[in-house]
Design a protein. Sequence first.
Length: 628
Amino acid sequence: MENKLTPEKLNLLKQVALNLRIDSIKATTASKSGHPTSCMAIADLISVIFFNFLKYDIKNPKNPNNDRFILSIGHTIPIIYAAWKNLNVITEKEFLDLRKFNSVLEGHPTPRFEYNEAATGSLGQGLAIGVGMALNAKHDKLNYKTFVMIGDGEAAEGSVWEAAELAAHYKLDNLIAILDCNRLGQSGESIHGHDVEKFERKFQAFGFKTFSIDGHNIQEIFDTLNSAYDIKNQPVAIIAKTFKGSGLQEIENKNGHHGKPFKQEELNDIIKELESRFKLKYQNIKYTPELPNKTNINLEKEKIKISLNTDSNTNFFDLDQKIATRKAFGYALESLGNTNKKIFTIDADVQNSTYTEMFGQKYPERFIQCFIAEQNMIGVSTGLESRGKIPFASTFGAFFTRAFDQIRMAGIGKNALRLCGSHCGVSIGEDGPSQMALEDIAMFRTIPNSIVLYPSDGVSAYKLTELMANYHDGVSYLRTSRPETTNIYNKNEEFKIGGCKILRQSKNDKICIIAAGITLHESLKAYEELKKQNINVSVIDLYSIKPLDKNTIIDIAQKSENKILTVEDHYIQGGIGESVTSELSNTNIIVEKLAVNKIPRSATSQELLNFEEINAKAIVQKIIAICC
């Protein structure tokens, strides 16, 4: 890369580094909270990246070819806000409103401030997001670089190394990780202290080209980044030895100052000491980043439509035909891929169980294998989604629990991830409890703006997958089952987010059964048995658990003697029963529940439904006990 550090440029970068230190201190003091010493450690690194290397259209942060910068060490965000202030993106007043209620400058990065690439701050997640962004650039043939700033403390997280391994596997030479090795964590020394060679050997072992540098030597930082641009076929890791509190003698490289802002009365003396140390005075900067190359890439997401009637696999969806909902999801995903080239599928080595292999075989360039690393899979999906893609990530529903923190952060970041969890409930049978998703409904219901969908047959699974593709306001979750179930809907049936279906109803129903998935079919069996005993019941397919169709449920329940029985293949806590109960808390409707209450074991699907008392016989017995 042709990029020389002239004396004028060196002076500029030194000036910026001073400004960033002072600004970080001023903002955290004004907010009476924050991490100024951590910010000071990376001031020289941020100066060189933002004020020399970053190609960025500051008037358009959504420019598809902007270089990306992800701050994985989210608590150092004040220095990034300081960089944007020195680039005249935000005003002094806006900057000093850091962490205030009406400010978009939060204590850790969120996309409320549109120049933040992702919600971070729960440590160990930034590199995976960066991998997703770098993969996006490779796919779209864009030449932007993705920079990820990592902390030495968070490098103890296994998710960092999941991401590192995948970055090397895909030879992401457009990804540059910078590790701030400042030695000190929150409560003491980090795992390797200042032993930068240990970090370097780790990254080398995972397949990175590595550099160890003095993180306060601007010339060395500049030269190393120059060299990083020339590396081909492997990602780069720069291990920068830095000092927390760099620039202030009393606190530099000393423990006990993490997350402690300075007092207002100390500011003048601190600024004087910094200016004396660096032989500079604070002054305004005049600098505009180099613009990225132009591109025709469009980040807008248009409505996607697929049709079962014209699908090449339409015969699998005939009424009364049997198909597993996980397989119907696979067919729908394949059709979506044909309709829209922004659809990506991300897998964790279960493509032949979730049936995403059909998509992968047809569109291999949009199929990303993350191997058995679910946390990384969610991070990669987040990075892709932030760059305009429509990612579907799939694994066993049970294994999403491992990635809950990444899913939670995607919710905070308003990333529209589409997640499909297969093998839900005890109905998977012989594989046993380690493979059974029994907590997933509860988990996904808690995510802000999330939707939770639970199909009971092939038609609903296909149609709900289409709805997910068009939902852009947050995380969506589709819960699919392993066993084949009978199609109960015709191909023209329509579904909506927040809806339900009334499958059985009479004029003198004693109770309303609400179920979804496998237990809906058990409920329909129970309906037939109760009918023989002259007990009429209504049956609702609650295919949308969140949001829930409260009005329809109340209406049908009131016509069913104000009684409801929920039946679910999920633990009772946080599942369908509690979803319904919370919505009806201000009514006089009685809600009884059947759910998984015992730790399951290996057995056949039907044996386990019987064991947990969520089968047709148990439903009949419960309703007789309630109503007769």
